[in-house]
Design a protein around this ligand. Sequence first.
Ligand SMILES: Nc1nc2c(ncn2[C@@H]2O[C@H](COP(=O)(O)OP(=O)(O)OP(=O)(O)O)[C@@H](O)[C@H]2O)c(=O)[nH]1
Ligand SMILES: [Mg+2]
Length: 308
Amino acid sequence: MAKTPDLNGIEQVKSGFVALVGRPNAGKSTLTNALVGEKVAITSDTPQTTRHRLRAVVDREDSQIVLVDTPGLHKPHDALGEELNRSALKALEDVDVVAMLVDATKPVGGGDRWVAEHVARSRGKKILVLTKADIANAEQVDAQLTTARKLMDFDEVVVLSAVEGFNLEGFLAAVAAYLPQGPRWFPRDMPTDQSVEVMIAEFIREKVLRSTFDEVPHAVGVVVEQAEQDLKHDITKLWAIIYVERDSQKGIIIGKGGEMIKRIGSEAREDLERLLGTRVFLELTVKVKKDWRRDASQIRRFGYGEGL
Ligand SMILES: Nc1nc2c(ncn2[C@@H]2O[C@H](COP(=O)(O)OP(=O)(O)OP(=O)(O)O)[C@@H](O)[C@H]2O)c(=O)[nH]1
Ligand SMILES: [Mg+2]
């Protein structure tokens, strides 16, 4: 891949956008983090972890690949689900490449076919990415590839594991091959386009997702109410609210004697200290906002889907 200066002296490299789409839980955000080399997106076992499109930048000497991580495409059950799908489908509009992620360990089904129908309509090049190769055996990978290839006419196929770092370079090379020469679209030291405030709220939400089960993770929304930086003492003070839909969910998140909320707080603090590069004081409050997932304006106030 060659670097060429253009007439105005702006450095030209292989540069462009690649959308990562697929069913919930396919491994889009885990792949995003692995490619960027730091945590920019939250991940969990809970389907529909990601709730907004985010850009993440893989900057190299001779290329800049902008990844667009998206919410998992699924059959929506409420306004939140519809909003998440809208946000993901929008990513297909203006990208050079679409990577459709399929979990190597889950049967390819109607959900994937529906995703493929949308991907097929995109103008970008299409790459089939089989994820989680580390937990699938060779026969499983072969069988999965045979089925997934039938979903549509892909330009390229890549098998990888984000957790083991297997074939990540292969994926980047496959994407770069389809990118035009152009300027870098982002500053070289900017790993994501998300605001720090959004990332703080999301990092807290991730800890809630990882500590709770069934309906509770889906009913959680997090908002940062106040942030103060105390430079003299190298500490960031944060006050955040964890919203749920019912009193019973509030009880679960607080836990017996406040044990659960304490654990969520200390796990979040560790991540936030890494993100912010300071010590962190974090105060979490749990509040009930009944049925917020059915309220489009509340969903947007939380910043989910297309956001505010
Ligand atoms: N073993 C293994 N697990 C993986 C790999 N990639 C992702 N996972 C796991 O799969 C689960 C889902 O990963 P995510 O990256 O959150 O999936 P996602 O596609 O972003 O999901 P949504 O945001 O809900 O659409 C998490 O528990 C990850 O740890 C992988 O390469 N290998
Ligand atoms: Mg995700």
